[in-house]
Design a protein around this ligand. Structure first.
Ligand SMILES: Cc1cc2nc3c(=O)[nH]c(=O)nc-3n(C[C@H](O)[C@H](O)[C@H](O)COP(=O)(O)OP(=O)(O)OC[C@H]3O[C@@H](n4cnc5c(N)ncnc54)[C@H](O)[C@@H]3O)c2cc1C
Length: 451
């Protein structure tokens, strides 16, 4: 039947599209579909407007430990190899200068030590002193009057790196390639899964309009909605969700590349950074901010779309306890309030200017423009049993033909790594072959020796 598939992926963001591609190219799975609630692919977190467009390989992300950087580097190289193999240079993947800077003596000491330990993972990582930064990224050093800023500044990074990506276009490319590989593969847009029902040897996915499609295996890559869908079937009841929206401010083309800053280790989200926009020439984004809000996806109206699913997930004492613990820390509390102010008309811009001036000291109020309609929600996972906020991704493998992925940042960078893990699991479940060696040859030659 036309609506019967071996695998159906719920969610046409970069995670779902990457899994679609990995299974189509490297496995013997015959018929795969994506169902997506929007009228096109990658309209939510994976859109170029939603995220910072960074391939996070760990080299300049000062919130990553050495261990995390080792892991994330392998994920990052997979999307990089994919885009370069498919000749997507300057369409999907972009080469830029990038650096993390330390400002002031403490941060400079931190960056100097960090550089030494991270050089082991990134042998070509370069250290930049203040003069070198002035040459590479003059606006990071120069004040409005043309003199140098007074604090010491050092940096660690690369003069050239394939480090920026339009994850929306990457998603579309994955799907184009998958359809070429297997014409039986389908994408159903405007199909919002309302219910997942177990059927004889698989599942029926029922849409809001009562359309049904069937799958032997269901992969749920529905972004913020993965956990509500899991909980509707009784899975992941030990988890909750803290939606943290990220917004951006535009500044003119003042930076030549990506400039990241030192993370306060107490704070759960990356410090603001500067990223030249790969989709809008001549604009640089500073951000993202971090605003907790009762929504699973952002939309234009402040009160529109308050999520009932979220209330169902989070109205319990453990989640309150986690929130209370976070809020009882003064630094976190100040950070939360500061980020609330960033979203306010008039005051937001004025408050944000100070943070942005850490990157570009000459920045003026009139240079800043709130990036209306940009940014999205990061669905951070809460572990109710451990009573703590989990950073990064979470997967619920049921072993019963359905898997759920929660993919906050750097989920776009990890899309092919997650796709690899899921494809292997699904192929094993369906009893078909997955060609890991060919996957590694194409997308991760660094790992071939591990086979
Ligand atoms: C401000 C911000 C900055 C970020 N910066 C970066 C960055 O620089 N680098 C990086 O690697 N990551 C970054 N991330 C994270 C990254 O954007 C996400 O991890 C990634 O896009 C997740 O992709 P996804 O496909 O899992 O989810 P999504 O892109 O959200 O896709 C999920 C899809 O599921 C669909 N869906 C949901 N429910 C249903 C349903 N019931 N039925 C059918 N379809 C459904 C949605 O419509 C959506 O299209 C950032 C995130 C934010 C918010």
């Amino acid at each position: 039947m036309e609506n019967e598939f071996d695998v159906v992926i719920i969610g046409g963001g970069v995670s779902g599209c990457a899994a679609f591609y990995a299974m189509s190219e490297y496995s013997d799975i015959k018929k795969i579909a994506i169902v997506e609630k929007c009228d096109r692919l990658a309209k939510v977190s994976s859109s170029a407007k939603a995220n910072s467009q960074t391939i996070h390989d760990g080299s300049i992300e000062t919130n990553y430990t050495v261990e995390k950087a080792k892991k994330v580097k392998l994920s990052a190289y997979k999307v990089r190899h994919y885009a370069l193999n498919k000749n997507l240079q300057n369409k999907v993947i972009f080469e830029n200068q990038k650096m993390a800077i330390g400002v002031g003596e403490n941060e400079c000491r931190f960056m100097t030590e960090r550089h030494e330990s991270f050089k082991e993972i990134f042998p070509n990582l370069e250290f930049f002193d203040k003069n070198k930064i002035k040459e590479l990224e003059p606006k990071v050093i120069l004040r409005a009057d043309g003199t140098d800023r007074s604090e010491n500044v050092v940096g660690s990074g690369f003069k050239k790196d394939w480090c920026a990506m339009n994850f929306g276009l990457l998603s579309e490319n994955f799907v184009e390639e998958s359809k070429k590989l297997n014409p039986n593969n389908e994408v159903f847009l405007n199909f919002r899964v309302k219910k997942i029902e177990p059927r004889a040897d698989g599942y029926a996915l029922i849409s809001e309009n009562s359309d049904e499609i069937y799958a032997k295996f269901v992969l749920v890559n529905a972004g913020s909605y993965s956990l509500p869908l899991a909980q509707s079937m009784g899975y992941g009841m030990d988890l909750g969700c803290l939606p943290v929206a990220g917004s951006f401010y535009f500044v003119p083309d003042l930076l030549r590349g990506k400039v990241y800053t030192v993370q306060n280790p107490k704070l759960p989200f990356a410090a603001v950074h500067g990223d030249p926009d790969v989709a809008i020439k001549g604009k640089t984004r500073i951000g993202p901010t971090a605003l907790t809000m009762p929504k699973l996806e952002r939309n234009k109206h402040w009160l529109g779309g308050i999520s009932m699913e979220l209330l169902k997930m989070d109205l319990n004492k453990e989640v309150f306890k986690i929130a209370l613990d976070l809020f009882s820390d003064k630094e976190i509390r100040d950070y939360v309030f500061k980020n609330m102010i960033f979203e306010m008309p008039f005051f937001g811009k004025r408050k944000f200017l100070k943070d942005a001036q850490k990157i570009i000291p000459s920045l003026k109020l009139e240079d800043l423009e709130y990036a209306q309609g940009f940014g999205e929600v990061r669905p951070q996972v809460l572990d109710r049993a451990k009573r703590k906020l989990e950073l990064g991704e979470k997967k619920i493998s049921t072993g019963k033909g359905i898997t759920f992925n929660m993919t906050p940042s750097p989920g776009a960078t990890s899309c092919l790594q997650n796709a690899l893990n899921d494809s292997q699991e699904i192929a094993a479940y369906l009893g078909v072959k997955f060609d890991l060696e060919r996957f590694y040859k194409d997308l991760s030659p660094e790992e071939l020796e591990n086979l």
